[in-house]
Write a protein that binds this ligand. Structure first.
Ligand code: ATP
Ligand code: MG
Length: 257
């Protein structure tokens, strides 16, 4: 066998056997997310050297599954896989159509998902370059997004703030506002679904995730989305004991639409 093919084949096996090792509940998830195209996409990423082994699921959401992957050199990566069958195309269409970077005229669901994944990748790249604390984007292919794993060296993922509130909410909130200002003023994006579900607590540092729906400031819906995001933060952080209000945050962020 051609050595390249043999290597690819070995990886194929590895991905395959990893999947088979899981318990029955995991296998159920596996069956749902690993449709033919997803598997082919994962093999492609394995052959390109991005992932060697797929580990357990971190999260099984409505539209996407996030798993831990391990690279050839034993580093962890996060693998976000959008499920084609259960995605909300109306929502995707709504957030895609106002974005000058995407000119989507298709009704093809697969193409819409691929644009959605590309959008998340582009948004992450823009945020990362602007210095916002987000997972570093690695690559994307079809319905699969590979990003930096946020967690410890043993592969334990950082928890969303919702599940792991900060020890010092005031301090954490101030750090978050710095990130929000960079998000809006440097990356010139509005998150659109900012909440403690999409903010990870990495050793008391906020890491913002889940930016597929984030929009550029030029998008006509961006102002409304920022207002909603800020209202969510006020509500959630007030519950954690932080004294804050909408106007204070708005003035601090000082968005230029
Ligand atoms: N880079 C990462 N490192 C570690 N854990 C992550 C990473 N990205 C996501 N997660 C975990 O996976 C969960 C879901 O990720 P994310 O918010 O990006 O997906 P989602 O779009 O909310 O999925 P759905 O809407 O289908 O529930 C997060 O709450 C977090 O626990
Ligand atoms: Mg989320």
């Amino acid at each position: 066998m051609d050595p390249k093919v043999a290597k690819a084949d070995a990886k194929h096996q590895k991905l395959h056997s990893q999947k088979r090792k899981k318990d029955s509940s995991d296998r159920k998830t596996g069956n749902e997310i690993f449709d033919k195209i997803t598997l082919e996409t994962l093999y492609k990423l394995a052959n390109q050297g991005y992932i060697d082994i797929l580990n357990g699921a971190i999260s099984t959401g409505k539209e996407a599954n996030v798993l831990t992957g391990i690279t050839d050199n034993e580093k962890f990566v996060a693998v976000k896989i959008y499920r084609i069958a259960t995605s909300d195309f109306k929502k995707m269409d709504y957030y895609l159509k106002g974005d000058p970077r995407f000119n989507i005229k298709t009704k093809n669901k697969r193409k819409i998902i691929y644009s959605w994944v590309t959008k998340e990748f582009k948004n992450l790249t823009r945020l990362y370059q602007a210095g916002v604390n987000v997972p570093k984007p690695i690559t994307s292919a079809n319905n699969v997004l590979l990003i930096e794993f946020i967690g410890d060296d043993d592969g334990n993922p950082a928890q969303p703030v919702k599940n792991q509130p900060p020890k010092n909410p005031d301090e954490f909130f101030n750090k978050l506002l710095v990130q929000l200002k960079l998000f809006v003023n440097e990356a010139k994006l509005v998150h659109g679904d900012l909440s403690n579900y999409n903010i990870l607590n990495l050793n008391e540092e906020p890491v913002i995730i889940d930016v597929s729906q984030s929009v550029v400031l030029d998008n006509p819906i961006s102002k409304e989305l920022l207002e909603r995001d800020i209202n969510t933060l006020v509500r959630e952080y007030s519950k954690l004991g932080v004294k804050t209000n909408f106007d204070e945050i708005w003035e601090y962020v000082n968005p230029k639409f």
